[in-house]
Design a protein around this ligand. Structure first.
Ligand SMILES: NC(=O)c1ccc[n+]([C@@H]2O[C@H](COP(=O)([O-])OP(=O)(O)OC[C@H]3O[C@@H](n4cnc5c(N)ncnc54)[C@H](O)[C@@H]3O)[C@@H](O)[C@H]2O)c1
Ligand SMILES: CC(=O)N[C@H]1[C@@H](OP(=O)(O)OP(=O)(O)OC[C@H]2O[C@@H](n3ccc(=O)[nH]c3=O)[C@H](O)[C@@H]2O)O[C@H](CO)[C@H](O)[C@@H]1O
Length: 359
């Protein structure tokens, strides 16, 4: 009999790998499609992230995990997956996400994130798979004055600060339009705020290529001795300590949000639903540094710098809709985010690359 599975694109990546663990633990069978464009690979073509997931979960859960190497934009591979398995829903976590690179190479982002996603959606439609959970981002929100915080799903979107952000909004709009044209489609667009941390086991976590752009991987690499000091981008923001404030959320909480979304999908009142995944609490750069120092026992050297172009002073969400619609709220604290990230960084000072080198 054909096995019923959840298909996840980008399942070897940071968020995707944590989602896969939570899905398996929730009893789902899971097919991962990833082209390993931003995930470590091994000679046998089974990426280290997938091997490590196999070690985290138990034997019966391991049997329910399948990996296919390829692009979600490759119609032949997608057809073969939809023919081989009965896919009950797709979690679309694959794609490119580097803000700076997207400004230098916008076409690369529009092709991979938007054009290839069209192929995925068309393949789903042709195989009558009409349930999708999309990895969207808080970056779709337009900048608002501080008095308009927290951001709700009704807050204005658009005016995107970079091509990456535009691709996320394009995909949301495509999916929304598809639900309007065909009432059988159910789409949940999960707008992540700042996912950080790692799995409690220390086996999987964020494995950025080159110099990290984001705060927490950078702090972790300073702590482990790979970088000399953290550049704090801006100390004159209108925030309590002058540094930027964000809504950090543990990646395992984010992953659990996908399991909750999967359960809620069949009972959705409307075809398209954006949902914020955040804690609702803002934490400053210096507060994150202090939390990481507590978790690691390492003093993080900081150097105050000018503001990073495109950054906002403060950004955090109102997460009440996630609780109403999904019964989801964050459970893990900033200290747990730092403790788990530190465990992962300590156990894997050079990331997940099998040769031990940074990828
Ligand atoms: N991590 C964040 O801070 C964050 C915040 C908001 C939204 N998101 C979104 O969440 C998703 C996952 O982010 P992440 O942090 O896990 O990134 P990631 O780069 O670690 O994971 C993405 C995965 O997708 C794969 N991929 C890329 N293009 C592909 C293609 N055409 N076919 C198959 N696989 C492909 C990559 O190899 C990688 O393993 C992305 O869509 C990202 O835009 C991430
Ligand atoms: C402009 C930009 O890149 N935006 C992306 C970044 O948002 P964010 O800017 O929210 O996340 P981030 O981790 O890059 O930065 C968080 C905070 O730390 C500050 N900071 C960051 C790095 C550093 O070396 N020093 C430092 O001070 C930064 O100015 C901000 O105040 O990540 C998000 C995912 O989590 C989304 O992908 C955003 O699109």
């Amino acid at each position: 009999m054909t096995e019923t599975c959840v298909l996840i694109t980008g399942g070897a990546g940071f968020v995707g790998s944590h989602v896969v663990v939570e899905l398996l633990e929730a009893g789902e069978s899971v097919v991962v499609i990833d082209n390993l464009s931003n995930a470590a690979s091994d000679k046998d073509n089974l990426p280290p992230a997938i091997k490590r997931i196999q070690n985290i979960v138990n034997a019966s859960q391991r049997k329910r995990l399948y990996f296919r190497k390829g692009s979600y934009g490759d119609r032949n591979i997608m057809d073969s997956i939809f023919n081989e398995f009965k896919i009950k829903a797709v979690i679309h976590a694959g794609g490119f996400k580097a803000v700076g690179e997207s400004k230098e190479l916008p076409m690369k982002y529009y092709k991979n994130n938007v054009k290839e996603a069209l192929t995925l959606v068309k393949a789903m439609n042709d195989h009558d798979v009409k349930n999708i959970i999309f990895s969207s981002s808080a970056t779709v929100y337009a900048e608002v004055p501080p008095e308009k915080l927290p951001l709700t799903e009704e807050s204005p979107v658009g005016n995107c600060s970079c091509p990456y952000a535009s691709t996320k909004l394009f995909i949301e709009n495509i999916l929304r339009d598809v639900t309007v044209s065909d009432g059988q489609w159910k789409v949940m667009s999960l707008r992540y705020f700042n996912p950080v941390g790692a799995h409690h086991s220390g086996m999987i976590g964020e494995d950025p290529k080159g110099i990290p752009n984001n705060l927490m991987p950078f702090i972790a690499q300073v702590a482990v001795g790979r970088r000399k000091a953290l550049n704090v981008f801006g100390s004159d923001y209108p925030t309590p300590d002058g540094t930027g404030v964000r809504d950090y959320v543990h990646v395992v909480d984010i992953a659990k949000g996908h399991v909750a979304a999967l359960k809620a999908l069949p009972n959705m009142k409307q075809g398209f639903q954006p949902i914020n995944l955040g804690s609702g609490v803002g934490t400053s750069v210096l507060e994150m540094v202090q939390a990481f120092e507590r978790a690691s026992g390492v003093v993080i050297k900081t150097v105050m710098q000018d503001r990073r172009p495109g950054d906002v002073a403060s950004m955090y969400c109102q997460p009440t809709l996630a609780f109403e619609e999904l019964g989801w709220k964050t459970e893990k604290t900033v200290d747990e985010m730092c403790e788990d990230l530190w465990r992962f960084q300590n156990q894997n000072p050079n990331g997940l690359h099998p040769s031990g080198e940074s990828n």
